[in-house]
Design a protein around this ligand. Structure first.
Ligand code: NAD
Ligand code: LMR
Length: 342
């Protein structure tokens, strides 16, 4: 009812061209881990989306205040809070997109894999609830180590008999956002024009920016390729060190996750030209999961984009082979975690 009162009839009729603060679609989004460092700014950005009618915020604590605060913004979506396991099912019912940034972040000196023991259990519990309550939703996994948490989610969904590989996404958008920013800075390009595909996974050397595929086409010296690649691979650590114990990237991550949510909603709404990079089930390499550009549609992934992996530079070719053993081990660790459980 609230939504209706925001939308004059003429604007409803003209929904494609109206992209102001009026709702132009009515998708439901849930954030699990919504009171955290990523969850809060992500909730704010999603609250700004005209494609969202309901925003469900779940956490184990502190989510009531976040929801009360956000609900005063005069944008269309209705915000509701859900706290603790007993409210998780209700949070997820009827949801189109579930975003999961629940779990612990890194401190200086840690790798993403050091988060495995805590975050693997959190992921398993949350994805079981997703399987039970909104098995058709797009699932966006942010919690680290993404290279393992996505395979964990896949195994849980398989056990529940509802796995749709076209709808499970590891969120690697931040790697693309960083690559675009750093390349634009280094080559003095207009930010809005720059697009660098980033493939592989989301940790250290498994993050492989394909600088040779940068759009618009740019020439890099070997030294620039080396410097940019290493900076993009270590950008998460750059933030962890700057925050000096207070966590990892939250604001840039929220920005990146909001972009991926918006792309997913546009795809669900029938937009035909939505492309993003994401860590997904894949047959582009011999690994079962791999980040690459994907085309999104109403039913999730419509296509993987194999052309990015052809005609790689020699540097990229070597880096691709070098990342495979680490990525394979992280994927297998995630799968084994679920399969080993009684
Ligand atoms: P944070 O500690 O600030 O927030 C995490 C939130 O998760 C907290 O509010 C906590 O209460 C909640 N939580 C813990 N257990 C939960 C459970 N069982 N159910 C629901 N909520 C639960 O951490 P953050 O900075 O928001 O980071 C969250 C995760 O995102 C970390 O694992 C981090 O490594 C990861 N991350 C990933 C990327 C990426 O590019 N994919 C980028 C940045 C951070
Ligand atoms: C990032 O890339 O910023 C995240 O994966 C968080 C981290 O631990 O680096």
């Amino acid at each position: 009812a609230l939504r209706g009162s925001f939308v004059p009839k003429a604007q409803k009729a003209n929904r494609k061209s109206q992209y102001g603060l009026q709702p132009v679609a009515s998708y439901k989004v849930a954030i699990l881990g919504a009171a955290g460092g990523i969850g809060q700014p992500l909730a704010l950005l999603i609250k700004m989306s005209p494609l969202v009618s309901a925003l469900n915020l779940y956490d184990i604590a502190n989510v009531k205040g976040v929801a009360a605060d956000l609900s005063h913004c005069n944008t269309p979506s209705q915000v509701q809070d859900f706290t603790g396991a007993s409210e998780l099912g209700n949070c997820l019912k009827g949801v189109n997109v579930v975003v999961i940034p629940a779990g612990v972040p890194r401190k200086p000196g840690m790798t993403r894999d050091d988060l495995f023991n805590i975050n693997a259990n959190i992921m398993k519990t949350l994805v079981e609830a997703v399987a039970d309550n909104c098995p058709d939703a797009f699932i966006h996994i942010i919690s680290n180590p993404v290279n393992s948490t996505v395979p964990i989610a896949a195994e849980v969904l398989k056990q529940k008999g509802v796995y749709d590989p076209k709808k499970l996404f590891g969120v690697t958008t931040l790697d693309v956002v960083r690559a675009n920013t750093f390349v634009a800075q280094k080559k003095n390009l207009k930010l809005i024009d720059v697009d660098v595909p980033v493939v592989g996974g989301h940790a250290g050397i498994t993050i492989l920016p394909l600088l040779s595929k940068t759009k618009p086409s740019v020439n890099f010296t070997n030294e620039e390729v080396e410097q940019l690649t290493v900076r993009i691979q270590n950008a998460g650590t750059e933030v962890v060190e700057a925050k000096a114990g207070a966590g990892s990237a939250t604001l840039s991550m929220a920005y990146a996750a909001a972009r991926f949510v918006e792309s997913s909603l546009r795809a669900l709404d029938g937009d035909g030209g939505v492309y993003e990079c994401s860590f997904v089930q894949s047959d582009l390499t011999d690994l079962p999961f791999f980040a690459s550009r994907i085309k999104l549609g109403r039913k999730g992934i419509e296509a993987l984009i194999p052309s990015d992996l052809s005609r790689l530079s020699e540097y990229e070719e070597k880096a691709l082979e070098a990342l495979k053993p680490e990525l394979k081990a992280s994927i297998e660790k995630g799968i084994a975690f679920v399969q080993k459980q009684p």
